[in-house]
Design a protein around this ligand. Structure first.
Ligand SMILES: Cc1cc2nc3c(=O)[nH]c(=O)nc-3n(C[C@H](O)[C@H](O)[C@H](O)COP(=O)(O)OP(=O)(O)OC[C@H]3O[C@@H](n4cnc5c(N)ncnc54)[C@H](O)[C@@H]3O)c2cc1C
Length: 394
């Protein structure tokens, strides 16, 4: 099949890898002018994620870039440590920076897949036999299948499934993430500072540069996801006057080239495909924080490609099966993410103190981290990974 993928972050290149392996012709169109770096660490956890990475042939390459993060110290306004988030609980079995993951996936596919950066789909029309696509650059093409891997603000979803606000469930937490030169002497460690409704986390997985995440709770905030300057202003306004080393971080944010901002949002749709157009990853079923979004993207890519191969050209059968198989897994992951705002950005000093006490107590109850880890892994492994034929790369 001649397949067009929209989006080159995690889901897009992961699917491209599989589709090439099954012998399809693949084009990936990405809105950004080049592969986007940046972002926070993402986790893979449990046997389903790890076996998928193994089958992709990328486990070693990703292990080589693992963050091996230690605990994250929770500090007060003077920088004194008051508690810690144990790494054993939050880092999963393999943690890598999102930018590193995208780079490894792109590196594994760039010679076999047509990447078109700086372009995007502007119109989609389909009939029984194919999909006609128009691009922003003015060119056009006809494909057998179009896959939207273009994230929570998916253009493919808007064009084919409509711009229904009911598809998006914002969790009220917004965050900016950027990289800056290290100023806190961190190496494989991090610090977190909270004020009511605001959280700053600084980590340095590899030493040198540090990654800053500034999150705040503000249900109902509207923003233009294309207007990056305005997004910087939003973060600067929300953190103006905050204590600790906030001023220094806000200054660095102004210069950061990889600044990324978004709301933590879940995506819920009744159907993930219409005819020959299908959604994968955050575009179709974003999980929100703690919802295994990156794991769902790579597992989803494996299942979609595997079902297309099994159905031998019957795309309708394959897309139905992809959805039937994956939906219960997605629902489980999305349920797990539901309560996370309280943990990420407690909204009062009292709630901050309660959360800190919880993590302090965890140090003295060794079974507690194991329990949290157990439940997180249970969610990530709540899927029976099908055994697909795995042809060698062509
Ligand atoms: C730069 C960046 C930083 C991120 N940082 C974090 C983070 O710190 N924490 C976190 O939890 N998650 C982060 N994410 C989201 C995370 O990558 C996803 O939740 C998860 O990995 C699933 O990936 P995905 O490929 O489905 O979606 P995404 O990673 O969101 O990728 C979507 C891709 O599609 C592209 N795109 C968007 N619209 C269009 C369009 N109309 N046409 C063509 N291409 C389009 C985007 O530029 C992007 O490359 C980040 C994503 C990006 C792109």
């Amino acid at each position: 099949m001649d397949i067009l993928i929209s989006g080159a972050s995690v889901a897009g290149p992961a699917l491209a890898l599989w589709l090439r392996r099954y012998g399809h012709d693949v084009t990936v169109v990405e809105k950004a002018p080049a592969l986007r770096g940046g972002g926070y660490a993402v986790d893979f956890r449990g046997s389903v994620h790890m076996r998928t990475l193994e089958r992709m042939g990328l486990r070693d390459a990703l292990e080589a870039r693992a963050t091996h993060m230690g605990d994250i110290a929770i500090v007060d306004g003077t920088g004194a440590r008051v508690a810690a988030l144990p790494a054993s609980v939050f880092s999963g079995d393999l943690e890598v920076l999102r930018g590193d993951l995208a780079e490894v996936l792109y590196g594994a596919t760039r010679d076999r897949v047509r990447y078109r950066f700086g372009d995007q789909i502007t119109a989609i029309e389909q009939d029984e036999h194919g999909v006609d696509v128009t691009f922003g650059s003015g060119s056009a093409g006809r494909f057998d299948l179009v896959v939207g891997c273009d994230g929570v603000h998916s253009g493919v979803r808007r064009l084919v499934f409509g711009d229904d606000p009911a598809h998006r469930r914002p969790l009220g937490v917004y965050g900016g993430v950027f990289t800056m030169p290290g100023t806190m002497g961190l190496r494989r460690s991090g610090v977190m500072y909270n004020e009511p409704g605001r959280a700053i986390t600084v980590t340095s997985p590899h030493g040198g540069d540090q990654i800053v995440s500034m999150s705040f709770y503000e249900p109902g905030l509207e923003f233009d996801h294309r207007d990056v300057d305005r997004q910087r202003r939003i973060v600067a306004e929300r953190f103006a006057g905050a204590g600790w080393r906030t001023a220094e971080l806000l200054e660095a944010m102004e210069r950061a080239e990889d600044f990324w901002f978004d709301s933590t949002t879940q995506i819920h749709l009744d159907r993930w495909s219409r005819g020959r157009v299908v959604l994968l990853g955050d575009a179709g079923y974003a999980g929100g924080p703690g919802g295994n979004g990156t794991g769902l993207a790579v597992v989803g890519a494996h299942v979609l490609a595997g079902e297309l191969d099994r159905a031998r050209g019957e795309h309708g059968v394959a897309l139905r099966r992809y959805e039937e198989l994956l939906r219960p897994y997605v629902a489980t992951c999305q349920r797990q993410s539901g309560g996370s705002p309280d943990f990420l950005v407690p909204t009062s000093w009292k709630k901050i103190a309660q959360r800190n006490r919880f993590f302090k107590a965890m140090r003295y109850v060794p079974v507690a981290p194991r329990l949290v880890r157990h439940f997180a892994t249970k969610t990530a492994t709540a899927f029976d990974l099908p055994e697909y034929d795995l042809p060698a790369l062509v």
